[in-house]
Design a protein around this ligand. Structure first.
Ligand code: AMP
Ligand code: MG
Length: 310
């Protein structure tokens, strides 16, 4: 606890000086900077080699602070009450007098916002008088990081500090929902669509099939380990790393369980960790057994599909 406090203070010190800091959240680790500062936010794009066209998610500790920057609506309050703090991102209308840096929004009139629930990051946000812009702490298109070590592997000494919060409990990015017009899912993630539908009691649009990309998390190649992936495999070839979700009798050492009993929440948590491990072991090919397309399985399949487009 004492250690956490001094690390939180160190993070604040660096963030106040317009530096980027690696932060833990329940979804994945983020690369954070003062969302009101042009200098600080431009560093995020440089470090991640991220296109300026790809806007950032801004992390808040409370609605009061959010209301300085965004217009809220009934959909927002309903979902906030049920799921926040937690792994859901809302796209809202940006207020004209907001202090959010133009880098964050790519000059758009909308803003993606989230309330993370991990306690160490809530404590940090409480100490700051600005919200944190924080995309995932990986070089663009790579696998998102779920531990301090993963962030170190991505950036080495290029970032000054990573706040350690252990491994990310959810292990997948947040679900992004646009609340600008009729609610529309822009990215699958930590909250299942069926749970969101229950709260809004309406049919929500699921935009991933649209041609126009509203959220670059929808790009075809993304979240990639840089190794070809073969989906819906029934057997693996000897040189392939075989990713599984249920127990099988297998010989050899080339298989990796996301879970052993089709627990898809657990599988989601282990997905990025497993892909990184396979990469470190220098496999050149990956095979994945069929994953049911329901609950968290839908988000896992979405990520694997994009990763397989390498
Ligand atoms: P990352 O945090 O790296 O997972 O990326 C953030 C995701 O949020 C990206 O897919 C962005 O395109 C998306 N995003 C951020 N701001 C907006 C916005 N105003 N409208 C739609 N999508 C957004
Ligand atoms: Mg990302």
């Amino acid at each position: 606890m004492k250690n956490d406090l001094s690390n939180i203070k160190k993070s604040k010190y660096l963030l106040d000086k317009n530096e980027c800091v690696g932060i833990p959240t329940e979804t994945v680790y983020g690369l954070a900077a003062n969302a009101y500062s042009d200098i600080a936010t431009s560093k995020i794009f440089r470090l991640k080699k991220r296109s300026k066209k790809n806007p950032l998610i801004v992390h808040y500790n409370n609605i009061k602070m959010l209301k300085k920057d965004c217009h809220t609506n009934d959909y927002f309050y309903k979902l906030y009450k049920k799921f926040c703090p937690g792994p859901i991102t809302f796209v809202l209308k940006l207020k004209k007098n907001s202090n959010i840096s133009k880098n964050v929004t790519n000059n758009k009139k909308t803003l993606a916002v989230r309330f993370p629930r991990k306690s160490i990051i809530k404590k940090l946000l409480k100490k700051l008088n600005y919200p944190l812009a924080a995309p995932s702490a990986n070089i663009s298109k790579n696998i998102s990081p779920v531990s301090k070590q993963d962030v170190e592997d991505e950036f080495g000494k290029k970032i000054k500090f990573i706040l350690d919060g252990g491994s990310s409990e959810i292990g997948l990015e947040s679900t992004i929902i646009s609340l600008i017009n009729q609610p529309e899912i822009l990215r699958l993630g930590g909250i299942e669509i069926t749970r969101i539908k229950k709260i809004l009691r309406s049919n929500i649009k699921y935009g991933l099939k649209k041609k126009k990309i509203a959220s670059p998390g929808q790009e075809k190649v993304h979240y990639s380990p840089g190794i070809p992936i073969r989906l819906n495999a029934t057997k693996a070839k000897p040189h392939e790393a075989f990713i599984l979700i249920k127990k099988r009798k297998l010989s050899g050492k080339n298989f990796f369980y996301l879970c052993k009993n089709k627990n898809l929440k657990k599988a989601a948590k282990n997905l990025y960790k497993t892909l990184r491990m396979i990469k470190k072991k220098k496999y050149k090919n990956i095979a994945v057994e069929k994953i049911p397309n329901n609950g968290f399985g839908e988000a896992i399949n979405d990520r694997l599909f994009r990763a397989s487009k390498f």
